[in-house]
Design a protein around this ligand. Structure first.
Ligand SMILES: Nc1ncnc2c1ncn2[C@@H]1O[C@H](COP(=O)(O)OP(=O)(O)OP(=O)(O)O)[C@@H](O)[C@H]1O
Length: 389
């Protein structure tokens, strides 16, 4: 039965031979609901794998507690915990057939042949593995081997299923197929899943909840949309998706907007708590590439420095007051395109609401937040209002 997972003040400190300590995981707290798909995402060395290994019981905790449901599993060894791990390297037994690999854990549990068949057959059905049942792992492709590894984990019916970068050895196309398959099966069986990756698109497409980690700490927890649209730190806004940064100083504020003086322009930014900013305060405006619109309605002058047709999108780099901005235009077919060297006008939203260049879009009579946010240089972060007004 699917179990929730709770991490309470979890810390892992490694000490090397010289006595130097590294906080691989630094006092993290996290709640994963039962049946939820949670991804630990972050740059190399941020502590994702160590966190996963502590959940699995492969690594002792230096501090804190881990609960599966109501049970504190801190003292429970890995082989007695109600979880299974799918590894990057598949970790199949090379001398066993596919069927025997999948049954291995159940045989260790001394289940009867009937009981084993009852569990294994539906999983092999779901994963389309019957045709390979009697083959040896080395006769299978990487994708097929990973499917066997997943089936072997699923038949154990674990309370928590753990994935350690399971798709990184597969080619790009197969990765997409396999991640869709993992998500479909996880949803169908209602399993609690914790998945480690440094691949954003994998995290975005698989997860109910993304945990962004940085230097052993949790930067933000949220749905893929929250993480992308409402990042709570510069690190998250930069790490997830692509972000352009425009630095400036707050010139004035009202209840609903702030006017920011950037190097050469004044930009109005609509924000619920605009009034909390102070005049003269240094801020950076974070603009997502899709929020930059290049057309004749734009009021800001820029020069195209790079233009690349990618089929489904056109990518641009534009020089805007000495700042290089990365912009994308979706579905460029039939739209006017620009080339390097072209002088263009840009704006930063789908519709200009009140003034020269604001960052709200207007739909159906109310304003929605555009993919843009603000944080101040002392890291106090405030994002644009998503509320209707
Ligand atoms: N057994 C160990 N002994 C000493 N330091 C370790 C050990 N395992 C991990 N670390 C250190 O702990 C930190 C976190 O490592 P971890 O493998 O958890 O990061 P990660 O986010 O999973 O990275 P990657 O994406 O590269 O796998 C790193 O600085 C790493 O060097």
């Amino acid at each position: 039965m699917a179990k929730s997972v709770k991490l309470e003040n979890v810390t892992k400190t490694f000490t090397d031979d010289q006595g130097k300590s590294t906080h691989a995981v630094d006092h993290i707290n996290l709640h994963i609901k039962e049946g939820q798909f949670t991804t630990l995402l972050g740059p190399s060395g941020c502590g994702k794998t160590t966190t996963l290994r502590m959940i699995a019981g492969f690594e002792d905790l230096s501090e804190g507690n881990i609960f599966f449901g109501d049970e504190n599993v801190k003292q429970i060894p890995a082989n007695k915990r109600d979880c299974t791990m799918v590894f990057q390297s598949y970790a199949l037994f090379p001398h066993m057939t596919v069927y025997d690999n999948i049954c291995y854990g159940l045989r260790l549990k001394k289940l009867s042949k009937q009981e084993i068949d009852k569990r294994v057959t539906p999983i092999m059905d779901i994963m389309n593995l019957h045709v390979n049942a009697n083959r040896m792992p080395n006769k299978l492709s990487g994708g097929q081997q990973q499917r066997v590894a997943l089936a072997r984990a699923l038949v154990m019916e674990p309370g928590v299923l753990l994935f350690d970068e399971p798709l990184s050895n597969l080619d790009a196309k197969l990765r997409v197929t396999m991640r869709d398959e993992i998500r479909r099966i996880q949803k169908k069986l209602g399993i609690t899943a914790v998945y480690v990756t440094h691949d954003q698109s994998e995290a975005m497409s698989l997860s109910d909840q993304i945990v962004v980690m940085n230097a052993g700490k949790i930067e933000q927890v949220g749905t893929p949309m929250e993480i992308y649209q409402q990042p709570t730190s510069k690190f998250v806004s930069d790490f997830i998706g692509t972000a352009n940064f425009l630095d400036g100083k707050v010139e004035s504020t009202t209840n609903e907007k702030l006017t920011v003086q950037t190097k050469d322009s004044k930009l109005d930014v609509y924000q619920e708590n605009a009034i909390e900013f102070k005049e003269g305060q240094s801020v950076s405006i974070v603009v997502r590439p899709e929020a930059i619109i290049i057309d004749e309605q734009g009021t800001e002058k820029a020069k195209v420095t790079k233009s690349v047709f990618m089929g489904h999108i056109q990518e641009y780099e534009v020089d805007y007051s000495g700042v290089s901005l990365y912009a994308i235009v979706a579905d460029p077919g039939g739209k006017q395109t620009y080339s390097a060297g072209d002088e263009v006008s840009v704006r930063f939203s789908q519709a200009v609401v009140a003034c020269s260049a604001c960052f709200m879009i207007e739909r159906g009579g109310y304003r929605e937040r555009e993919s843009l946010c603000l944080y101040t240089n002392d890291a106090y972060f405030i994002f644009l209002s998503g509320a209707r007004s």
